[in-house]
Ligand binder design. Sequence first.
Ligand SMILES: *Cc1c(COP(=O)(O)O)cnc(C)c1O
Length: 714
Amino acid sequence: MEEPQTQLVERLRELARNLWWTWQPEVIDLFRSLDPGLWSTTRHNPIEFLQQIKPQELQLKAEEMALDSRVDYAFRRLKDYLANRKSWGAIYAASLRSSPVAYFSAEFGLHESLPIYSGGLGVLAGDHLKSASDLGIPLVAIGLLYSEGYFRQALDMDGWQKESYPHNNTDLLPIQPALDPNGKPIQIAIPSRNGTLHARLWTVDVGRTKLFLLDSRVPENSEWDQSLTARLYGGDARVRIRQELLLGVGGVMALRALGIRPSVIHLNEGHSAFALLEEIHGEMDHQGQSFWDAAREVSARTVFTTHTPVAAGHDRFWAELVEENLGIIREHLGLSYDDFLGLGRVHPHDQGEPFCMTVLALKLSRRANGVSAIHGEVSRQMWHPLYQNKRLEEVPIGHITNGVHAGSWIAPQMQRMYDLHLPGDWRERIRHPEVWTSIDTISDNEFWETHQILKAGMISYARKRLVSQAKARDESDTVLEKLGKRLDLDVLTLGFARRFATYKRAGLILAEADRLIEMVASTGKRIQLVFAGKAHPEDKFGKELIQSIVKKTRQTDFEDWVVFLEDYDMNVARHLVQGVDVWLNNPRRPQEASGTSGEKALLNGVLNFSVLDGWWAEAYNGINGFAIGHGQTHVDVQIQDRRDHEDLIRTLILEIIPLYYDRDADGLPRQWIARQKAALRSLGWRFNADRMVMDYAERCYLPAAMGISCHIPV
Ligand SMILES: *Cc1c(COP(=O)(O)O)cnc(C)c1O
């Protein structure tokens, strides 16, 4: 018995080491069914799970559930996936095989068990890697390994957010030391005026894509530098610039040590823009060129994606900090102090202007884009001063709208329904409109049934979480008992979950809560609201907003219909986008660069109810969801907030509630289901990450790798 067990465990471990499992419902199910309780307490981390599971338990399960053949099958599928030579990329992106795309990002949201992300930017990066893998596009990624990640959120008795920073034990993460071509662990060293910064390198397998993570916890570093990669977005400007030095310059050094010569550099947001300096440095060394000649070459194969439509949101550093961290690199590049600082300034000689990472990225890249049509436009306006000889519409910033990774976000039950009714290869051809026309062949009954099952699952998950969160606060048994019964399957349920950034206006729907109660009551129907989201630890306003919502959930007139789930992460996100009826998004237009959680909801047949901003402005056609407002922006923020609030409530009361509760003799909301289907039919093919990554490949990666200079179309 000893032998087969060892092989079984070895194969399970190998499955656990490649994040491919995170988008394979059968493999997830395989892990879970070995010990559902342990699967949950280890936060769906199969590495920790396999370390903790008792051998007897495994033995027992092996006998009762044909484990061997299931593991064999999963294992074979992984091997086939890794070996697949017939992918889209193998045919159309073969030119990148010897020199892949290098994708840089400060955060990657791949799964809740690898907590090195904060929000949408990271999840987008994670989805990008997964689709690049599925499509077979040669791409490697660079990020940082945060030993404490972002933070875990808990709320105290007053509804005040408390942060905790549990340590990520490297033995429990799906990472392995990265090795150079001679099999030696890689360590890099970045010279700077305030000491050499050292870092080791880890590898994460994301299907066929490799993600490399830099980690400053090495004994060669000062204590301060050792804690540099502790927290994501946690430090002040000194920490921030040095993290960015590590990500950018260190990232390029790491690629060099790996023997990888990327044909294209893709910067996901400006945090990593220092990479271009080190890439230029490499060209100068290699070709004996001047800085400007090398810069021209590097910028021709650089793609920069900006994500921030608010001027204050871009990283800016004072000259002294820049010189302290990059002075030695500046000298290697042969640039004067002023010329160097000028690279990060709109007005190069303005001594009062700080060094901006976005400006650096724009100056050193020939392709730049925003992440939705509106965001492209906003970015062209914002950065017009950088291109003074061009008219506004000639500013070379285009757009590629974000998408989400279908396999990661569509509920398994929903996927099974698609398996039955969409063409068999819908996963591979998800970006084709004709795949989604078959949505109409699904009966209303089956469609609704599937949705209700997911909703029931979401409710039972929410109840469990509400109870365990209250337990952690030492609430009374009466409170726990009540929380265990919150939410009703038959009541229209709206979800709102995202970072509590001011512009997202989490409090909008409850702005005049008493009036809302009255108006809903006047319809004779009920609604429920499920909230989740973290405020940045320094964001007092965001925390007050959370507190005001949480206080409501504990008031008798609200407790029946408003709940707040703590510690929003990808797991909470999955349950909510799969199980609510309506996904609410009410950002202050035009500040939502794209928004992606609504796309996750969409692919699960959940209707969007959103301000016409970001992706939704491109998606909404009058019948595939609901709009807040008419796509207008008012210069006076208060007036805009008031208008949007009015419009939100009006549409909710007059349109959404009546439509949801309009049932036929079979109890089916036929018009509602028609909208759900209309949404999938009209939008499923567009707002997925395969379409997005192919857009990047066709419009950016391939032309850049071939040396064709042109910018991304407006
Ligand atoms: C998708 C996702 C986001 C992004 O949501 P937006 O709607 O773009 O704000 C943030 N956090 C988590 C955990 C997510 O899964």
